[in-house]
Ligand binder design. Structure first.
Ligand SMILES: [Zn+2]
Ligand SMILES: [Zn+2]
Ligand SMILES: [Zn+2]
Length: 372
């Protein structure tokens, strides 16, 4: 009942929490979008209306019906030029041939919005740091501000492993780089006056949203939503200018190109707003933000089965593939060279890129391969 009151009561009208891209950006947005997404879903399911964030996203991104596992988003690798062929397991789409991060699948990201929910431990930590954040802003202490953001993002990545790339699972260096990147983004934005002005504008525009529709579907009216979108667009473009100049774009832990980083930012925003927009507005937003994408049906294709040398999981590789990301454990695996038999248990394993010694995932003894 609390949720209904909160979402639909006359006094507390529903406020999408994703108001823009300020507020230490990603955490706030992720938190917000999951709150929004989950609350909406709960409400809609309880209201007997079976329509949720994912269904909307599926429809809007133009995927041709279920089962979704039969489709792959059309995209090609900026690094090696190959077309994405195999279905990714997460929203982070890695190249089948060289293992680069090449795309972000908005539809997949919408499958599991609660994966970005950090929970009460995080909330408490964030609350306890509020005063320090305010003080750092007040005294223009960038280092201190960034240190606090680093603390917060580390916690968030730890608590929400499924909201970030599978590479963060077991790769401590990757996690460190990711947290550093997120904390720098937040800091560069926070200490820029223009960015903050956009944020204030978005906050004002969000308060002016007119809510229409009846329980269980409350809708932000298009004419009051679009000014927010336009401001956020300016804000995002401005922010990426700042981030590029400050060298932060180049620090993305997957070396994602700028347009991909932008789309990932938009994904957060769109996940927050999609549940409260009318179909036409939602579709226009997703398309304008570059998240629509085309999906093609997976054709039966001949693959070779290999075994991740770290977790033992199966990898299905295509002819000509050199490096694949094992999406189960997040390790880049060398699939350009033959598998090796573990001398102890005889299990076949493919080594992580750059390694010639590896603990066999099956029998835990040390396996070796000749250097190539
Ligand atoms: Zn590639
Ligand atoms: Zn693995
Ligand atoms: Zn073994």
């Amino acid at each position: 009942m609390g949720i209904f009151k909160k979402m639909f009561g006359k006094k507390d009208e529903p406020q999408p929490q994703v108001q823009g891209l300020d507020l230490g950006a990603v955490i706030e947005q992720a938190k917000a979008m999951q709150q929004e997404g989950i609350q909406m879903m709960q409400v809609q399911v309880q209201g007997g209306n079976v329509s949720d964030l994912m269904a909307q996203a599926t429809q809007l991104t133009g995927a041709p019906g279920e089962p979704r596992t039969q489709f792959v988003k059309k995209t090609s690798c900026h690094n090696c030029g190959s077309a994405k062929t195999l279905a990714p397991k997460t929203a982070y789409v890695y190249c089948d041939f060289c293992g680069s991060l090449i795309d972000y699948d908005f539809q997949k990201a919408c499958e599991n919005p609660q994966s970005a929910m950090p929970g009460p431990a995080y909330e408490q930590m964030a609350r306890s740091l509020q005063a320090d954040i305010a003080a750092a802003k007040q005294s223009q202490d960038r280092e201190q501000f960034k240190a606090i953001q680093t603390q917060l993002f580390s916690k968030w990545v730890e608590l929400c492993p499924n909201a970030v790339s599978p590479r963060a699972k077991n790769d401590a260096d990757y996690r460190t780089q990711l947290v550093e990147y997120m904390a720098e983004c937040a800091t560069v934005n926070e200490f820029d006056e223009t960015y903050r002005r956009f944020a204030e504008q978005v906050a004002t525009q969000t308060k002016a949203i007119q809510w229409t529709g009846m329980f269980p579907k409350t809708v932000a009216s298009g004419p009051t939503f679009w000014p927010i979108y336009e401001t956020v667009k300016q804000q995002v473009n401005h922010s990426f200018g700042l981030l590029a100049t400050a060298g932060v774009v180049a620090k993305h832990p997957d070396q994602a190109p700028e347009d991909l980083q932008k789309r990932m930012t938009w994904s957060m925003f769109c996940q927050g707003w999609l549940p409260v927009l009318e179909g036409g507005d939602g579709e226009r937003m997703v398309a304008d933000a570059g998240l629509k994408g085309e999906y093609s049906k997976l054709e039966p294709i001949e693959t070779t089965t290999r075994h991740c040398g770290v977790c033992g999981g199966e990898l299905h590789t295509l002819p000509g593939s050199k490096t694949m990301l094992c999406e189960d454990c997040g390790t880049h695996i060398d699939v350009g060279n033959p598998e090796v038999n573990c001398s102890n248990c005889g299990g076949m394993i493919s080594f992580p890129v750059g390694r010639n010694r590896q603990q066999c995932p099956f029998c835990k003894s040390e396996a070796l391969r000749m250097s190539w």
